[in-house]
Design a protein around this ligand. Sequence first.
Ligand SMILES: NC(=O)c1ccc[n+]([C@@H]2O[C@H](COP(=O)([O-])OP(=O)(O)OC[C@H]3O[C@@H](n4cnc5c(N)ncnc54)[C@H](OP(=O)(O)O)[C@@H]3O)[C@@H](O)[C@H]2O)c1
Length: 342
Amino acid sequence: MKYKEIFMRRAIQLAKNGLGFTSPNPMVGCVIERNGLVLSEGWHYKKGMYHAEFLAIHNVKNEYLFLDCTLYVTLEPCVHFGETSPCVDLIIRKNIPRVIVGIEDPCDKVKGLGIKKLRKYGIEVIENVLINQCRILNKRFFTFYEKKRPYIILKWAQSDDGFIYSENQKNNWISGIHARQLNHKWRSEEDGILVGRKTVLNDNPKLNVRKWFGKNPIRIFIDQKLSISNSYFIMDGSQHTIIFTEKSEENQKNIEYIKISFKEKIINQILNFLHKKQILSLIVEGGKETLEHFIKENIWDESRIFVCEVVLKNGLKAPEIEGIISKKINLDKDKLIIKLSI
Ligand SMILES: NC(=O)c1ccc[n+]([C@@H]2O[C@H](COP(=O)([O-])OP(=O)(O)OC[C@H]3O[C@@H](n4cnc5c(N)ncnc54)[C@H](OP(=O)(O)O)[C@@H]3O)[C@@H](O)[C@H]2O)c1
């Protein structure tokens, strides 16, 4: 591995600590290197908290050390005032002579302006080091700015013979305990979780994070005629919940009703709304009909399918989905297949 890539790889590793906590900000990691050694490190660990560059810089007490150091950062440093002051100005003030950037920030407020300003002040900038890995690190953030919608993950569990539900298996899980725990970890990583109305009626899911730690995603479901009563977990107000409906209804504690037209494309209306709400990612956990709307309209980025040992013989057939297989993992008796949309 090349010298520069070693430190950028470390910066990526640090950035990943922010997964599930930084949205709508990106995950960012920073390493300050001097004479081939790590002088300091930092990562953006939570929305509203310090940026990676700020933390890495402030760990260094002897400012003379900056004079011959290199700062590695996974995403172009910010140039605008947000919840913190611009990192670019801090780098300039500290006389850091060289900055290595993983990838340009796609957000209009930055988009090359950070790099431009650094160069204007005589700082050497090298761009696009481990660019693909830096992009994948922030796949949610890039999708949000480039496609103007959240990053969409379709998830389901199916039996070995390809069913997602059967009367034979009623009240029993298709997937094993570790697959279910992993699913809770995934929930903690995304901003929103969406299910179909019939899944709410049949399964009464809580859609929270119980088997992992981290924040609960915003629960989202489509209920045209508002047929789900307050007795369902999804209506208990324990976490922010958004219901897309044709009815006008007053919001309750943590329950937000959004009126949409059922004569127009529903998924587009939902995604536009979520984009405006700065929801960077969405995990869709079934059922079949809901998943198939996303598949048919080809509005998805990743699918995570558990193929499980159980044989159901009949029931609701699993959706069919194409895409590039990016991972196949065995998890106890379940097989996890991750596909990326083409
Ligand atoms: N194995 C798994 O991983 C898994 C996961 C989840 C669910 N399930 C199973 O799947 C079953 C339910 O699946 P399902 O296919 O019958 O129903 P579903 O997808 O849960 O719900 C379908 C309903 O959601 C609303 N809806 C969803 N997308 C819509 C869209 N784009 N436009 C308009 N309305 C939309 C519609 O409600 P209206 O009827 O009001 O129009 C539609 O009838 C359950 O029995 C559950 O156990 C399995």
